[in-house]
Design a protein around this ligand. Structure first.
Ligand code: COA
Length: 379
């Protein structure tokens, strides 16, 4: 028995979508269901970080079920700040593996434009001890520490953004569809020293959905071969080494243990590049680079579509966009598109259609989800 992906649906990411998150969710579930060949699912798991605070709406999964014409179904909200979509995906995986349900629609939605998203974003941090911090400031601190401790120049990170925007330019659903060059990255305005504009993901709206199924109920073209979650000390500065993404390594290792996969097996990586420093630390944590060397995979263009380990193949959080609670479902739906060779102008070459890795980060490297995908249906 295994968990398969039957289909996916995605909305174009935009600065502002003029629809409630539950209307977006209803449309996405209906679309994905239609493509799956199923008439209904046994459960709907929904993720959003902000609908309660910015749209005054909690209890989202049941409302999305109703919008999709599926009232009566099991429905549950799943949340883990910026990794909410991955938490919902893991809930779907666990529900199917337990034998309790045969099929699940996992849907993520976010309308950051519905109010001021910044005070909500910072609630991922410690309410008392990090009261004067934001996600931007935490990542600025991490980048500054990395550059200092490893003696690396800021310029060495530029290719993370150049690759993401290159891929975003070919993705009609991406927020940013324009390539950028090195000068643009290096001359961009400073957001919080040393972070500049292109080191950060944007604030935006979006939604995405995938349909999971138990392989002996309905087989699909893509397998979800592992799902794992791990945590680290909550506050970055409490960790023995703040530049060692222990939760990323732990969740990656757990997923390797259950699936029998190892670092060298992976053909591409949908990385959580909410900030370039996060992408770099995840590459190191999963063993693609030695500690303090992750930036070299960007410098050498190994992360580009023609490189050894393409990352952010549809633009990543940086250029496709990071509508928080929806993001991991975009990542999963994009992997589904790559593995079913329907990624359009972003399609990776045939030799890259193999095991794919996805990581999703909650907070400043605190909660990490790792998921593995592979092509092909075996029963
Ligand atoms: N990358 C590239 N361009 C960006 C951008 C980004 N991350 N964010 C905004 N822009 C562009 C806008 O499209 C706009 O361009 P235009 O003038 O051509 O329309 C311009 O910059 C100004 O946009 P604005 O929204 O006013 O920028 P801002 O200064 O208010 O916000 C950031 C910029 C980086 C501070 C904001 O995007 C941000 O807070 N990002 C991080 C969000 C976050 O913490 N997410 C959670 C991570 S876990």
């Amino acid at each position: 028995m295994a968990v398969h992906l039957l289909s996916g649906s995605r909305l174009p990411v935009a600065k502002s979508i003029n629809q409630s998150s539950w209307e977006m969710g209803g449309t996405l579930v209906r679309e994905a269901l239609e493509r799956s060949g199923l008439d209904q699912v046994d459960a709907i798991y929904a993720s959003s970080m902000m609908s309660g605070e910015l749209e005054g709406q909690m209890h989202l999964a049941s409302l999305i079920a109703d919008e999709a014409g599926l009232s009566g179904v099991e429905a549950m909200d799943v949340s883990s700040v910026s990794a909410s979509g991955a938490a919902a995906l893991r809930a779907g995986y666990l529900a199917i593996m337990s034998g309790e349900v045969r099929s699940v629609a996992v849907v993520g939605v976010e309308r950051m434009s519905a109010g001021d998203a910044n005070p909500v974003l910072r609630k991922a941090l410690h309410a008392v001890r990090e009261a004067d911090k934001t996600m931007v400031l935490k990542n600025a601190d991490a980048l500054a520490l990395y550059l200092k401790n490893h003696g690396v120049a800021y310029e060495s990170f530029a290719n993370f953004a150049i690759n993401a925007h290159r891929n975003g330019a070919r993705n009609p659903l991406a927020l940013f569809q324009k390539e950028i060059d090195r000068n643009k990255v290096l001359e961009a305005r400073v957001i919080a020293e040393p972070l500049r504009l292109y080191d950060c993901s944007p604030v935006c709206d979006g939604g995405a959905c995938i349909i999971l199924s138990r392989s002996d109920f309905k087989a699909g073209p893509v397998k979800l071969t592992a799902s794992a979650c791990a945590t680290d000390r909550f506050i970055l500065e409490d960790r023995t080494d703040p530049l060692d993404f222990l939760a990323a390594r732990r969740s990656f290792q757990k997923a390797c243990e259950t699936s029998g996969r190892k670092t060298q097996d992976f053909k591409f990586f949908e990385v959580h590049d909410a900030f370039n420093i996060m992408a770099c630390l995840c590459l190191e944590a999963c063993g693609f680079a030695e500690k303090g060397q992750g930036f070299r995979l960007a410098e050498s263009e190994d992360i580009f579509p023609g490189g050894n380990l393409p990352v952010a193949t549809m633009g990543g959080l940086k250029a496709r966009g990071h509508p928080i609670g929806a993001t991991a479902l975009y990542q999963a739906a994009e992997i589904f598109a790559q593995l079913t060779e329907s990624a359009g102008d972003n399609q990776l070459p045939g030799d890259k259609i193999g095991p794919a890795l996805m990581q999703s980060i909650g907070g400043a490297g605190t909660t990490l989800f790792t998921h593995f995908f592979e092509p092909g249906a075996d029963l």
